[in-house]
Design a protein around this ligand. Structure first.
Ligand SMILES: [Zn+2]
Length: 183
């Protein structure tokens, strides 16, 4: 038996009564939804006051690192892959030509470890999930990888070059990108 009740500040609370449940418990899932399980005989209003008592904790869970919004929530990987293949190589080519870089091959990858990478063989890998980000962040990642064609490290010269290519916005864009989890 379950019910959705709206909390004035937190929004919808999904409450489920469970026969086997012995205590009230709250979980905040990766979408930030509040799930409360309560024993069968506990009332929904008791559940809501339990939520109220744990409001600070819920807000903290929602803003914690683990619960940052993921651009992949509820998205079809194949559709994204097609979109990535149709747009990312062309954008890479455009930015490479614009700034005078020469790379070997480009691969569109489905991984959760990085947004992009560049090999010593001058091949560039781009994460298909990039297409879910804003254009400025896509360009930022592509330019980062292009700079690795010149410097295969994150040294001072690397950052100087990248910062020039993004008009002095490297720190700001890096911070923006960090707000997204890849997964
Ligand atoms: Zn890098």
């Amino acid at each position: 038996m379950s019910k959705i009740i709206k909390h004035p500040e937190l929004g919808e609370v999904f409450i489920t009564k469970r026969v086997k449940s012995r205590r009230l418990s709250i979980r905040v899932n990766s979408k930030g939804e509040i799930r409360v399980s309560i024993p069968w005989l506990v009332t929904y209003s008791r559940a809501m006051s339990f939520v109220e008592d744990n409001k600070e904790w819920i807000i903290k869970q929602r803003t914690s690192r683990k619960n940052r919004p993921s651009p992949m929530n509820g998205i079809d990987v194949e559709a994204i892959r097609n979109q990535a293949k149709a747009t990312l190589p062309a954008r890479l080519k455009y930015l490479a030509d614009l700034h005078g870089f020469t790379y070997n091959k480009v691969f569109i990858k489905n991984n959760v470890s990085n947004w992009g990478s560049c090999s010593a063989q001058k091949n560039i890998n781009l994460n298909l999930r990039l297409v879910l980000l804003s254009q400025e962040l896509i360009d930022y990642v592509i330019l980062h990888e292009l700079c690795h064609l010149k410097y295969l490290n994150h040294g001072k010269e690397f950052h100087l070059l990248l910062n020039t290519l993004v008009n002095g916005r490297e720190k700001e864009l890096r911070k923006k990108l960090r707000q997204y989890r890849i997964r």
